[in-house]
Design a protein around this ligand. Sequence first.
Ligand SMILES: NC(=O)c1ccc[n+]([C@@H]2O[C@H](COP(=O)([O-])OP(=O)(O)OC[C@H]3O[C@@H](n4cnc5c(N)ncnc54)[C@H](OP(=O)(O)O)[C@@H]3O)[C@@H](O)[C@H]2O)c1
Length: 305
Amino acid sequence: MKILITGGSGLLGYDLARCLDGKHEVTTWEGRADVDVTDATAVAEAIRRAEPEVIIHSAGWRDVDGCERDVVKAYAVNSLGTRNVCLGARAVGAVVAYISTDAVFDGSGRRPYYEFDPPCPINAYGRSKWAAEREVTSLLRDFFIFRVPLLFGVGPARRVKENTLAQAILAERAGRSVTATDDQFSSPTFTYDIARALEAILPTRRFGVYHLSDTGTCSRAGLLRAAIEIVGGDPGMVQGVSSSDLGRPASRQRYSPLASVCVEPLFGLTFRPWREALEECVKSDSFRALLSLGGSDGRDRQRGH
Ligand SMILES: NC(=O)c1ccc[n+]([C@@H]2O[C@H](COP(=O)([O-])OP(=O)(O)OC[C@H]3O[C@@H](n4cnc5c(N)ncnc54)[C@H](OP(=O)(O)O)[C@@H]3O)[C@@H](O)[C@H]2O)c1
């Protein structure tokens, strides 16, 4: 298949490209420097040139507090950007696989969210992603929407400072404590597991909305403690705080794990427990290489990584 990936320099885009390149004819837009998704003309022209059969639209602005402070930018990047990609896709007859989020739900439930639960976002980020989903469903007939929960992964070396897991491990090694919320629960998921699921699902053309998630639940602080413990550090260096202590502008979901009623019956796919996936991630050569960059941004040493 001819596949175009947007957001290729992001945490997820990095693994999408790693997983699909070589097996498919992949074109990657790293980010704004390649094509700014808010620019309708540039997007249409670049899609026309690439002539993809499938566009995995992973680019987005996921700074939850940033979105709350600048709602116009949130809608421009996440919602209008998605409209532009959909219009470009429609012009060349491409399928869109849109990467969405658990933030379309309010997180007030007592069980994981399923594909057929009604969205009800509680912050600007969630509203912009939910609006993006509606752009996809109203503009296209052939589409996938993949909602994913809190992600962890390796990501490109130059973004090591944005990698929460790597930064927590490095802080613990330097004897500094780490603060994370203990009252926000999700189903943390390895980006590589999402990429492998897309690899299996995309060729089936069984279009629709799907939840993709590793299994099990934990808090943000729990995830960081587990990562530090797996690499032999002291998990006690992670201090759990409540969301309200942080005084952040955007509301957060209290409980937003994702589960699926569709993925196993339609595709025969099952996901593994998040801790098993976390272990594979933090013990991988590429994650170890990321840690060796320390607190630098990796620009000097990313070649060959
Ligand atoms: N990470 C998570 O925990 C999580 C959870 C749920 C859903 N998601 C969703 O999954 C998708 C991928 O997330 P991620 O973790 O890979 O995000 P990320 O690491 O923040 O990367 C975002 C990507 O989008 C690109 N981008 C941002 N603004 C753009 C613009 N105006 N035009 C073109 N490209 C732009 C960025 O490139 P530049 O910065 O170079 O422009 C980067 O490649 C997003 O849609 C996000 O909403 C993520």
